[in-house]
Design a protein around this ligand. Structure first.
Ligand SMILES: Nc1nc2c(ncn2[C@@H]2O[C@H](COP(=O)(O)OP(=O)(O)OP(=O)(O)O)[C@@H](O)[C@H]2O)c(=O)[nH]1
Ligand SMILES: Nc1nc2c(ncn2[C@@H]2O[C@H](COP(=O)(O)OP(=O)(O)OP(=O)(O)O)[C@@H](O)[C@H]2O)c(=O)[nH]1
Ligand SMILES: [Mg+2]
Ligand SMILES: [Mg+2]
Lengths: 277, 292
C-alpha cells in the first residue's frame, strides 16, 4: 500500500486505518499518527517507505525489550495463569508444560479451576498426553486449597515448574478477583518467591476490553506478562500496543494453534512486521 | 459518554453562531470515535455515520435548541433500527424436531450456550436433546454431559473417534426415536479460515438440515468480528447470532458489526456463566451499551 508514494494526507489516513483495523484502538492510533507527523516533519521525510519505517520503529519502541520468563533451575518455580473466560488459559498451560518438559525440567500442573464443568478433566487429559502429573480436587473445591496442596506435593516430588490453572473470570466480578488474589497469596506463602510468573492470557480477537482486562487484573494480582492467543486466526492482536501505551506488561508468548507445540516466544520485530502484512 | 461529548461539541460550535453542515461533520467525528472505541468495525462505522448524516444535517439537529441531544437521539434510533430490524425469535419447525446447530470460534461460549438453550427450551415445555459433536477438544463431551445433567436435558454422544457428521446424524435419529422435539448440536470451535473444518460444518448441515444455524460470538470481539461473521455466513450460511459474555464491561460493538455485515438477527444475549444466564436480545439495551 505504501511503496513509492509521496507523503500526503491520504497516506496518514491509510496508516491510521491500518492501526485501527488491527485493534490498536482509535486513541492509541491517533496518538501514533500524530507523533508520526511531528517526527516526519522534523526528519524532513519525503517518501512513503521511510514514513512506514518510522511508524514501525515507533510501534517497536512501544513494545519495549523482550522479557524472559523468571524460571530458574534448582528451585520450585510457580506460574499462575489468569484471564477472562475462554481465552485459552488451560491450553496455554499445556503448551508451557510441554516446552519446559522438553527442556528437561520436572513439571506439575495444578487444576485450580474448580468451578467450570470438566475443567479438571480437560487439564488431566493434557497431563496424560504430556506425561506430566496433575494435582486436582473435586468440583466446587476451594482453589486456594488446590494450590496449597499442589505446592506441598511439588516440593515433595522435586518439581521445577508448577503451573497453576485458574477458572476464567470477568474482572467486573470482585469476589472472583478476590479469589484470584487469595490463590496468589497462598502460593507466595507456601513457596519462597512464588508466584514467579503471573501470566494474563489475552485472546487476539479481543478488542479494546483487553486494555481494561490488563488494568483490572493487574489491580488484584501482580501480573508479570501477557500471553496473546489465537494469533493463527485473522485478528492482528494490535491491542497489545494499546496495553503497552498504558503500562509495562511484556508479551512473553504467542499462541498459534490448539496443539501442544503451538506456542512461540514473543518476537516484537516479527509482530510489528506482521501488522503490515 | 457520547451525550456529554456531543453537548460540549455543540456548545462550542453554537457559540460561533448558527450551525453549519461543517459543524455537523465535526460532531459526527465524535460519533465515529465513540463507535470505534466501542469496537464497532471501522467500515461499519463509516457506513453508519454516512447513513445518519442525512438526518444529522436536517432541521431536526440544525434548528434545535439542543442539537447535541438531538444528534444522540438520531444515533440511538438508527442504531436500534440496525440492531433489531428483523424478528429475533427462534424458528420452531412445523414438523419436529427443530434442529439447532451452534457454531463459532474457539472459546466463544458454544457449549455453555447449548446448555442454556436446552434449559430455556425445557422450561418452555419442550423436550430438547443435546448432541456432543465436538470430538477434538479434551473433555468437551464430558463438559456437555455435565451441563446436560445440570439442566436436566439428555445428552447424546458417541465418543471422540467418530466423525461429527455421523454423530449429528445419529443424534437426529435418536431424537426421532425418543420423541425429542428440539435437537441442539454443539460443535467444536474453529477458525473461519480453516477450510477443512469449515467444510465439516457444511457437511453436518447437509446431513441433518438444521432449521437454525446460530453463530456464537464473544461480545468482547474487536475489528475481526466482521471477518468471522462474513466467513461463517458465506461458507456455511447462518440464521442468527448469539452474543455471549455480556455480563462483562465490554461495550460490545461487535454486535453492530455482525448484524450490519450479515443482516442476520441477533437472537439471544448470554449474560453469565450459570446455565440460566440467557435472555432474548434487546436492541435498545445493546445500543445504549455500545454508545456508553
Ligand atoms: N486457534 C487457536 N485456538 C486456541 C488457542 N489457544 C486456545 N485455543 C482454543 O480455545 C478454546 C478455549 O481454550 P481453553 O484453554 O479451554 O481456554 P480457557 O481460558 O482455559 O477457558 P476457561 O477455562 O473456560 O475460561 C479451546 O478450543 C482451545 O483449543 C490458539 O492459540 N489458537
Ligand atoms: N461470564 C461469562 N462467561 C461465559 C458466558 N458464556 C460462556 N462463558 C464461559 O466462557 C468459557 C468458554 O465457554 P465454552 O462454552 O467452553 O466455549 P466454547 O465455545 O464451547 O469453546 P470451544 O468448544 O473450545 O470452542 C467458559 O469459561 C464459560 O463458562 C457468558 O455469557 N458469560
Ligand atoms: Mg480453562
Ligand atoms: Mg465447546
Amino acid at each position: 500500500l505504501i511503496t513509492g508514494r509521496k507523503i500526503d494526507e491520504s497516506l496518514y489516513e491509510e496508516l491510521e486505518e491500518l492501526l485501527i483495523i488491527s485493534d490498536v484502538g482509535v486513541h492509541t492510533s491517533l496518538d501514533l499518527v500524530e507523533s508520526l507527523r511531528h517526527a516526519a516533519k522534523e526528519q524532513k521525510l519525503a517518501d512513503g517507505d521511510s514514513l512506514k519505517a518510522l511508524l514501525k520503529s515507533q510501534l517497536r519502541e512501544l513494545l519495549g525489550e523482550p522479557a524472559p520468563m523468571n524460571i530458574e533451575p534448582g528451585r520450585l518455580n510457580v506460574i499462575v495463569v489468569v484471564g477472562v473466560n475462554g481465552v485459552g488459559k488451560t491450553t496455554t498451560i499445556a503448551k508451557l508444560a510441554h516446552q519446559y518438559k522438553k527442556q528437561g525440567l520436572k513439571v506439575m500442573l495444578a487444576a485450580g479451576d474448580t468451578f467450570r464443568a470438566a475443567a479438571a478433566e480437560q487439564l488431566e487429559i493434557w497431563g496424560q498426553r504430556l506425561a506430566v502429573p496433575v494435582l486436582r480436587h473435586g468440583e466446587g473445591a476451594d482453589p486456594a486449597a488446590v494450590v496449597y496442596d499442589a505446592v506441598q506435593s511439588a516440593k515433595a516430588r522435586g518439581i521445577n515448574v508448577l503451573i497453576v490453572d485458574t477458572a476464567g473470570r470477568l474482572h467486573t466480578k470482585s469476589n472472583l478477583m478476590q479469589e484470584l488474589a487469595k490463590i496468589v497469596r497462598v502460593a507466595g506463602r507456601e513457596c519462597q518467591g512464588a508466584p514467579h510468573e503471573v501470566l494474563l492470557v489475552i485472546d487476539a480477537t479481543t478488542g479494546q476490553n483487553a486494555v481494561v482486562q490488563a488494568e483490572q487484573f493487574g489491580k488484584s494480582v501482580p501480573l508479570t506478562g501477557l500471553v496473546l492467543t489465537k494469533m493463527d486466526g485473522t485478528a492482528k492482536g494490535g491491542i497489545i500496543f494499546a496495553i503497552a501505551s498504558q503500562q509495562e506488561l511484556p508479551v512473553k508468548f504467542i499462541g498459534v494453534g490448539e496443539g501442544m507445540d503451538d506456542l512461540r516466544d514473543f518476537d516484537p520485530d516479527q509482530f510489528v512486521e506482521a501488522l503490515f502484512d | 459518554g457520547l451525550t456529554e461529548k456531543l453537548q460540549a461539541t455543540f456548545r462550542r460550535l453554537r457559540s460561533k453562531g448558527k450551525l453549519t453542515e461543517k459543524d455537523v461533520n465535526t460532531a459526527l467525528r465524535e460519533v465515529r470515535l465513540a463507535l470505534l472505541e466501542a469496537d464497532v468495525n471501522h467500515r461499519v462505522v463509516r457506513d453508519f455515520v454516512a447513513a445518519i448524516k442525512e438526518r444529522a444535517i436536517g432541521a431536526e439537529v440544525m434548528e434545535s435548541i439542543t442539537p447535541g441531544q438531538q444528534m444522540v437521539k438520531i444515533v440511538h434510533e438508527e442504531m436500534i433500527e440496525l440492531l433489531g430490524g428483523t424478528a429475533g425469535r427462534l424458528q420452531m419447525a412445523s414438523k419436529p424436531p427443530t434442529i439447532i446447530m451452534l457454531v463459532g470460534l474457539q472459546g466463544a461460549g458454544k457449549t455453555t450456550t447449548a446448555g442454556k438453550l436446552a434449559n430455556h427450551l425445557r422450561k418452555n415445555g419442550r423436550r430438547p436433546l443435546l448432541v456432543a459433536a465436538d470430538v477434538y477438544r479434551p473433555a468437551a463431551i464430558e463438559q456437555l454431559h455435565i451441563v446436560g445433567e445440570q439442566v436436566e436435558v439428555p445428552v447424546f454422544s458417541m465418543g471422540d473417534k467418530l466423525s461429527p457428521v455421523h454423530i449429528a446424524k445419529a443424534g437426529l435419529e435418536k431424537a426421532l426415536r425418543d420423541g425429542r422435539d428440539v435437537l441442539i448440536i454443539d460443535t467444536a470451535g474453529r477458525l473461519h479460515i480453516d477450510t477443512e473444518l469449515m467444510q465439516e460444518l457444511t457437511s453436518i448441515k447437509a446431513e441433518v438440515g438444521p432449521h437454525e444455524v446460530l453463530l456464537v460470538v464473544d461480545a468482547m470481539t474487536g475489528q475481526d468480528a466482521v471477518n468471522v461473521a462474513t466467513a461463517f455466513d458465506e461458507h456455511l450460511g447462518i440464521d442468527g447470532v448469539i452474543m455471549t459474555k455480556l455480563d462483562g464491561d465490554t461495550r460490545g460493538g461487535a454486535a453492530l458489526s455482525v448484524k450490519a455485515v450479515t443482516g442476520k438477527p441477533i437472537k439471544f444475549a448470554a449474560t453469565g456463566e450459570k446455565l440460566d444466564a440467557l435472555e432474548v436480545f434487546h436492541p435498545d439495551r445493546m445500543a445504549s451499551r455500545i454508545l456508553g
